[in-house]
Write a protein that binds this ligand. Structure first.
Ligand SMILES: Cc1ncc(COP(=O)(O)O)c(C=O)c1O
Length: 426
């Protein structure tokens, strides 16, 4: 027998806290097929990455073709066609003021770049982030990440110059959206008056929709308020669209929901359907403040990854995936809200497009719901549905199926979830 698949993987670093233990053979569309013959409905998309479904034929074809043409065309040395095509496609889906594009490999790397850019462009040092934020786990980005202490504990000292303001998390604050917005903006003004002077503040960094921190959509008034505060003080506004971008929230970028244009966008995950690619998008005026060669990387904007990015955007457009995201999102939200009526442990159902969270609470306490959510996720896997949790207390289930998921697959997922709730919640 091949011990590779049976010995509990002793040589994989245990730092990968594994949620599931199956070994994947292959994947197609909304399904993963395991080595022991299971077919799993995948509503995790590799944490919101495979937005066009697993192994979308057009993406696979583009990858195959590009792999035969040029694998690694290092960006300082070779200008390659897929990067130029990707920029052309991105210009059609980003706000017109965003006309400068830099590519890297991971979400965290994009955030590192965005912060460096904001600092050098403003000549200021400090950055404001929001509670519950997740921006990565590199030495720099862990200081920006406040969703869980596990991402920081033991790794100090953290880089300085990062200040944290409350996110308008209406449900957790027991406020209306507008009250939460007003409160969060007031606290931000207070931070600027008490801890980080505007003249020392380079950027305000916010996830367009809070991801790992609990799938919370900020009120439009809050996002507009951030823009106003930034404009007033010459602070740059950075929207982290790593998780919420590329159609996930029913628009090309979630920022379109708020009608607010940031100065810098960080993007990754869904950009290339699974190939490692990320980006910092801004105006050329801001991009020109970077000294030539002061930022970069060996692999950033890899030719095969860029080809996958081009194919991803075209497939999403040609196959009307945004429309599907909005329709399936309503279907999923409606189904989940129906279940919420039966199960008071589901405290909140929220989201945009196919970025939906169901927050569980017990005795009005999020931390008490953590074991329940863990049990639900394991029971769902036993019933061939893959789900993920999020939130500081891991008490929210995030629903992130592929954007071309079918109506039948959404119904299958809801049915499994309902059956699981029946057996796990007494
Ligand atoms: C909003 C957001 N920003 C940044 C990151 C970091 O991306 P990566 O894991 O590719 O470094 C993530 C990852 O989940 C994310 O959700």
């Amino acid at each position: 027998m091949n011990t590779l698949y049976t010995d509990n993987f002793p040589h994989m670093s245990p730092v990968w806290g594994r949620i599931f233990n199956f070994v994947a053979e292959r994947a197609e569309g909304s399904y993963i097929y395991t080595t022991d013959g299971k077919k799993l409905l995948d509503f995790t998309c590799g944490i919101g990455v495979t937005n066009t479904g697993h192994c979308h034929p057009k993406v696979v074809e583009a990858v195959r073709e590009q792999a035969g043409n040029f694998l690694h065309a290092q960006a300082n040395i070779v200008i390659h066609k897929p990067m130029l095509q990707l920029i052309e496609e991105l210009r059609k889906i980003t706000p017109p003021s965003i006309d400068g594009f830099f590519f890297s490999n991971s979400g965290a790397e994009a955030l590192e770049g965005a912060i460096k850019l904001a600092r050098v462009a403003t000549g200021r040092q400090n950055v404001i982030v929001f509670s519950g934020s997740f921006h990565g786990r590199t030495a720099g980005t862990m200081a920006l990440t406040t969703s869980k202490t596990i991402y920081r504990a033991g790794f100090g000292p953290l880089p300085s110059g990062v200040f944290v303001s409350p996110f308008p998390y209406a449900f957790r604050l027991s406020m209306t959206e507008e009250q939460a917005s007003e409160y969060a903006l007031e606290q931000l003004e207070y931070l600027l008056a008490s801890q980080t002077a505007p003249k020392e503040t380079a950027a305000i960094l916010v996830e367009s929709i809070l991801g790992e921190g609990g799938y919370v959509v900020p009120p439009t008034s809050f996002m507009k308020g951030l823009r106003e505060i930034c404009d007033k003080h010459g602070i740059l506004l950075i929207f982290d669209e790593v998780q919420s971008g590329f159609g996930r929230a029913g628009k090309w970028f979630a920022l379109e929901h708020f009608d607010v244009v940031p100065d810098i966008i960080s993007a990754a995950k869904g950009i290339a359907s699974g190939l490692p690619l990320s980006g910092v998008f801004s105006s050329l005026g801001i991009m020109k403040r970077w000294d030539v060669g002061s930022h970069g990387g060996t692999y950033g904007g890899n030719a095969v990854a860029c080809a996958a990015g081009v194919a991803t955007i075209r497939a999403m457009r040609d196959e009307k995936m945004l429309e599907n995201t909005n329709e399936r999102g309503i279907q999923l939200m409606t189904g989940l809200r129906k279940l919420q009526e039966e199960y008071p442990q589901i405290g909140d159902v929220r989201g945009k497009g196919l970025m939906i969270g169901t927050e569980f609470i017990v005795d009005n306490k999020p931390e008490k719901a953590k074991p329940m959510v863990k049990e639900i996720i394991h029971a769902a896997e036993e019933n061939n549905l893959l789900l993920l949790s999020c939130g500081t207390y891991d008490n929210t289930i995030r629903w992130i199926p592929p954007l071309n998921v079918t109506s039948e697959q959404i119904n299958d997922g809801l049915k499994i979830f309902e059956d699981v709730l029946k057996t796990t919640i007494q």
